[in-house]
Design a protein around this ligand. Structure first.
Ligand SMILES: C[S@@+](CC[C@H](N)C(=O)[O-])C[C@H]1O[C@@H](n2cnc3c(N)ncnc32)[C@H](O)[C@@H]1O
Length: 129
């Protein structure tokens, strides 16, 4: 069990693998940036992080203007009709460009693979500490 924000209740270098499947697809940018160094902290040296994001294949639900914004900024956080009022404001729907993700994760870990459509509408990133 953990809180909505870091830290996790685990010592440094605890895990060989950390998975975040369909999790960064919901967090706002601030939270994504806070969680990455924390996930790095609990990974052992050489450990692997696997994350999924709403890359290009998921943009089809967005308006043309929203896609233009996303391409300009690299990331877009939008209220979800499904989740609004039901889940917190910071837990809605996030979209990313590949370059943004490579930069954000690459600041903390070595990105080994970016698999477009690796999980249906979601892209999958494999990164190593
Ligand atoms: C769309 S679900 C995906 C669940 C699972 N990974 C799967 O693929 O079925 C997103 C999950 O992220 C979890 N989540 C979001 N922020 C979290 C946080 N700070 N700590 C723990 N879980 C979180 C939510 O509780 C939810 O279970």
């Amino acid at each position: 069990m953990n809180g909505a924000l870091p830290p996790l209740d685990y010592p440094d270098e605890t895990f060989d693998w950390v998975f975040g499947i369909s999790v960064f697809t919901h967090m706002d940018e601030d939270r994504q940036r806070r969680w990455l160094p924390e996930l790095r902290r609990v990974l052992r040296s050489g450990g692997i992080l696997i994350l999924s994001v709403h890359g290009k294949n998921a943009w089809k639900v967005l308006s043309r203007d929203a896609v233009a914004d996303l391409q300009r900024t690299g990331t877009l956080f939008v209220e979800s009709r499904k989740l609004k009022g039901f889940l917190p404001e910071w837990y809605q729907t996030s979209y990313h460009t590949r370059d943004y993700v490579l930069g954000m994760i690459g600041a903390h870990l070595r990105v080994l693979e970016y698999i477009e459509g690796g999980m249906g509408d979601q892209d999958v990133i494999v990164a190593q500490k």
